[in-house]
Design a binder for this molecule. Structure first.
Ligand code: NDP
Length: 258
């Protein structure tokens, strides 16, 4: 996806996929500095651990306590997080999160990144729904205390009833990943046609939740847009130029075999 976008704007840059063992992360970051890398993306299990090896983090990455994108600025390595920004950019194609009542299902890495960015984008109120109480409480407290958006935690037991005041409902769990029939435990008839329903799962892009939401008349957003947009944002951070999202989406769909 990234190399196709580099080629599209005439940049002879490379984007390498390198597997780094957890105990070698510090050496890998020193190697990046030594070899003059412009930046990198990081994924599990490095998103938190990498922070101690960097020179600073953006506001969002500081709030989240996780970095998925590093950029070299004046010789310093600065960590950012593009996952939540990619999501918000996708969401804005359907609705502006500013002033909205937002429900987030899940409290893992993706939920955390999305909750912080949706809060920074000006959401009016948020509800974190999670199966494991500790993780859910912690995320709700973070958004309440650090992002100043009134946020409640709801323990996820049985089918979640979406409250009628909800305007945006986001599945940020891994339910549906690799299984188009997997069911998010949610009362489908509590979804109303004026709600926007989004799913972070991108493979398959049309999850059961999105099919159910469409059957209730909701507008829906799949996880592919978030994935493409976080790459578009990373591209811009590193190169200072705009990528063509359709080139990236095409490359991603080809890679995933759609
Ligand atoms: P984590 O493991 O950090 O979090 C998983 C979350 O899902 C937790 O809240 C967990 O709850 C919840 N969960 C998992 N299974 C169930 C279940 N059966 N019932 C209820 N809750 C469940 O994963 P990530 O946050 O990193 O990733 C989540 C998803 O987001 C993945 O599918 C990933 O592919 C996708 N993703 C998509 C991106 C995109 O660009 N589209 C970017 C990043 C991630 P609990 O705390 O109780 O365990």
């Amino acid at each position: 996806m990234m190399e196709k976008a580099f080629a599209d704007v005439g940049l002879e840059w490379r984007y390498l996929t390198l597997e780094v063992a957890p105990e070698a992360l510090g050496d890998a970051v020193r190697g990046m500095r030594a070899m003059g890398f412009r930046g990198c993306n990081l994924t599990i299990p490095h998103k938190v651990e990498v922070i101690q090896h960097l020179d600073g983090t953006s506001e969002a990455a500081t709030l989240m306590g996780a970095v998925n994108c590093v950029n070299r600025i004046d010789g310093k390595l600065i960590g950012d997080n593009t996952d939540g920004k990619g999501f918000v950019q996708s969401l804005r194609e359907l609705t502006d999160p500013a002033g909205k009542n937002v429900i987030i299902l899940g409290a893992g890495g993706a939920a955390r990144a999305i909750a912080v960015e949706v809060a920074l984008a000006g959401a009016a109120a948020m509800t974190i729904v999670n199966r494991t109480e500790g993780r859910g409480q912690e995320l709700a407290a973070l958004i309440n205390d650090k992002a100043n958006v009134p946020t409640q935690f709801v323990l996820w037991e049985g089918d979640y009833e979406v409250p009628p005041e909800a305007e945006v409902v986001i599945n940020a769990t891994s339910i549906g990943l690799g299984d188009a029939a997997a069911r998010v435990p949610l009362a489908v008839d509590s979804l109303e046609s004026d709600m926007v329903v989004a799913d972070v799962v991108f493979n398959p892009p049309e999850t059961r939740l999105l099919r159910d939401a469409k059957s209730r008349g909701c507008e829906t957003l799949d996880g592919l847009g978030m994935l493409v947009n976080q790459a578009v944002i990373g591209f811009n951070i590193w190169t200072g130029r705009d990528a063509n999202p359709s080139v990236m989406r095409e490359a991603l769909e080809e890679f995933l075999g759609f």
